[in-house]
Design a protein around this ligand. Structure first.
Ligand code: C2E
Ligand code: MG
Ligand code: MG
Length: 469
């Protein structure tokens, strides 16, 4: 971030020399004194002020933080990196010149609000780093969450500027670079990962970001080395407690450790890497099934999770067909689990995918029904075969009777609705005998959960298959 060390010392050297010359100029040479003072201010401005708006440059941020570290008072301060949300729209609406004026007004007000101990420094464009006393934190948070600027253009207008921000309440004498990294990390995670207006830097956040980097760096090698394993979680028919199918769930065996999906699936979902993993899982499931067929084992339907990141892929169905047909697995034995979508575009794409998969004879399940933004149109407009009810709808029997009563009512109606629409209904995350009783009372005869089995390594699952014969 900074190639500042030698630069800063050159600037300081320059300022020191001007100071030395000034001490040698006699008091009566007023004009020379004034010229030198102006020269000093120009050097300062060129070094520490950004150009088009009235703000410090990033060099000043490092200089100011370094000074506070040296004087031992850095722990009284907060640092923050922010950018303006959709500022390009403001530029587009009012023109660049007015955009710059608005930005200037916004920054000057913020600088005033930070007081004499604070500074606003421009990183680039509409991205800034600020450094201020801890007692100003609530003011800053309010200002950055939304500040209204009035502008005069034909008629008076008001616009509210909002930001994405990453804060770090400094604890000790970290270096200025480390402080910069920390606010960058918090800002980046707020803006691009969690999509929230702001985040504070914490050690957990740093661990999460390090985990992310690690996953991204080692993923390709892990795929090549086949470190990802398919675990099979049985699905059970409640009438005679017989195996009816299984869900393929991914486990990552790395250096002897078994890593669970929560540590890598969300990271892979931030990029297209998840698609690679899903196809890998489908391929390995087909490979296992093809072997079971050769070995004369009974076959059950196996479901594979397909992330919603696939929805932009026009060749998704073709790719699935290629893998399944390569292993000559009858399509009716493969199920794809898809989760509900949030946007209208996704909805349309999801609908096309569900229709195309069903036309090819695959089973298709809505996964985790009821946790996201489930819409009834999702069920009405798409030819699903299976509805997987999320474990959140199962009464827990933990003492919260109101919540349990509510869940029972919803469960009953979800199951009723699914069955009226001709869908198979399966409950996920079944852990207790009481839950089985409730499911049966409501005519739901398929379940998956720890009560029966956890996700099993392939050899243990094969024993379950063999017991069917
Ligand atoms: P999911 O698809 O909803 O899978 C069910 C999750 O619930 C699994 O967690 C399973 O182990 C867990 N589960 C099953 N029965 C019980 C129970 O009785 N109680 C509780 N508390 N949990 C139960 P797992 O294996 O950790 O997977 C978590 C999520 O990670 C999955 O949720 C799925 O969204 C994702 N995932 C796993 N493998 C893959 C994969 O290959 N591709 C994609 N795209 N996602 C995957
Ligand atoms: Mg699933
Ligand atoms: Mg699920």
């Amino acid at each position: 971030m900074r190639n500042m060390d030698s630069y800063a010392s050159t600037v300081n050297e320059c300022l020191n020399r001007i100071d030395t010359v000034m001490t040698h100029v006699p008091q009566e040479s007023k004009e020379v004194q004034e010229n030198l003072q102006e020269l000093r201010e120009m050097v300062h401005k060129l070094t520490f002020r950004a150009d088009s708006i009235d703000v410090y440059s990033l060099n000043y941020f490092f200089k100011d933080v370094d000074e506070k570290i040296s004087s031992g008072c850095v722990a009284d301060y907060v640092a923050c990196r922010f950018d303006l949300r959709r500022f390009s729209v403001v530029n587009h609406q009012f023109g660049r010149e007015m955009g710059t004026k608005i930005l200037n007004e916004y920054i000057v007000r913020l600088q005033k609000g930070l007081g004499v101990d604070g500074c606003v420094c421009r990183i680039h464009g509409d991205t800034f780093a600020i450094f201020f006393k801890k007692e100003r934190l609530s003011y800053v948070m309010e200002y950055l969450s939304g500040a209204t600027i009035e502008i005069e253009q034909q008629y008076w207008k008001k616009i509210t500027l909002r930001t994405h921000a990453g804060y770090y309440e400094i604890l000790d004498g970290k270096s200025a670079e480390e402080i910069m990294d920390r606010i960058g990390m918090a800002w980046n995670t707020a803006k691009y990962v969690q999509r929230v207006p702001y985040l504070f830097f914490t050690e957990e956040l740093m661990e999460a970001v390090e985990n992310e980097k690690w996953v991204e760096n080692v993923f390709e090698d892990a795929i090549k080395n086949e470190e990802f394993l398919v675990y099979y979680q049985p699905k059970v028919k409640l009438k005679k407690y017989r195996l009816s199918g299984a869900e393929a769930l991914c486990r990552w065996k790395h250096d002897g450790e078994l890593i669970m999906p929560y540590r890598f699936i969300p990271v892979l979902e931030q990029s297209n890497l998840i698609c690679e993993l899903d196809f890998y899982m489908l391929e390995h499931v087909c490979r296992d099934m093809s072997r079971w067929l050769k070995e004369g084992r009974p076959l059950v339907r196996v479901s594979v999770n397909m992330s919603r990141v696939h929805l932009g892929d026009a060749n998704l169905v073709e790719h699935i067909l290629e893998i399944v047909d390569n292993y000559k697995i009858p399509h009716s034995y493969i199920e794809l689990e898809l989760t509900e979508t949030m946007t209208e575009v996704d909805f349309r794409e999801l609908k096309q995918v569900v229709i195309a998969l069903r036309m090819q004879g695959f089973s298709v399940a809505v996964d985790d029904f009821g946790v996201g933004y489930s819409s009834l149109n999702l069920l009405r407009e798409m030819p699903w075969k299976v509805l997987k009810i999320d474990k959140g709808f199962l009464p827990e029997g933990s003492g919260d009777e109101d919540a349990d009563t509510q869940k029972k009512v919803m469960l009953k109606h979800i199951i009723g609705m699914a069955q009226n629409l001709g869908l198979e209904c399966i409950a996920e995350g079944v852990e207790t005998v009481e839950q089985i009783t409730i499911l049966k009372e409501n005519n739901c005869y398929l379940a998956q959960g720890y009560l029966f089995d956890r996700p099993l390594p392939v050899d243990v699952f094969e024993e379950r298959l063999d017991a069917l014969a």
